[in-house]
Ligand binder design. Sequence first.
Ligand code: URA
Length: 233
Amino acid sequence: MRLDKYLCDALGATRKEATRIIKSGDVTVNDVVQKSGSVKVTDDCTVEWQGREIHKAGPRYIMLFKPDGFVCSHEDGFNQTAFMLLDEVKMEELHFAGRLDVDTTGLVLITDDGQWSHRITSPKHKCEKTYRVWLADPVQADYADKFAEGIQLRNEKGLTLPAQLEIVDEEENEVLLTITEGKYHQVKRMFAALGNKVEHLHRERIGAIELCKSLEPGEYRYLTEEEVASVWK
Ligand code: URA
């Protein structure tokens, strides 16, 4: 694809605007400044504008390390939104593939591909989500069995689907919990049903996609092709 066409798609610019941007000398392809719109760009090229990587149009798949205090919505009258952490064009086209509570930290996936996110959020597909949980009170010996059998949540008809509990650190009341649903405040309500309280909640994994260890809270990166494809398996 030509560089000027690439910029049109990625930035929503007209051909004239793309030509002007390229002529300004702010566009690099694989770290080399390019001033001609006819330069050929392939899928494995890195295109940057003013030092920021830009991606040609097409579905976007992002992993964000959500910090505490940010809500997973486009607008909020009170808190900062997780979208404020993104430096992206056409933000209105992006949505969360499963939200986290304002005080929950960790992995959120953001995309403009509705079929892909449906695969993650639809209960039918039983996509696993793993949470690291710190509890107020000690983990009881029967917790793992109770989660495996299903928990009766307040104001819900049936039991939750079987969930797996792994104790990480008994003294710190730290566990890993893997669930396949996404009911409102599900993890907090599951522990509340057992008489315990979640002090802190951190999502580490969605399906085969793990929160990247090199991301700091508030940082994000694009998913690799393998990570995107893993959702369909
Ligand atoms: N369960 C919760 O209770 N809160 C979250 O943010 C995610 C899962």
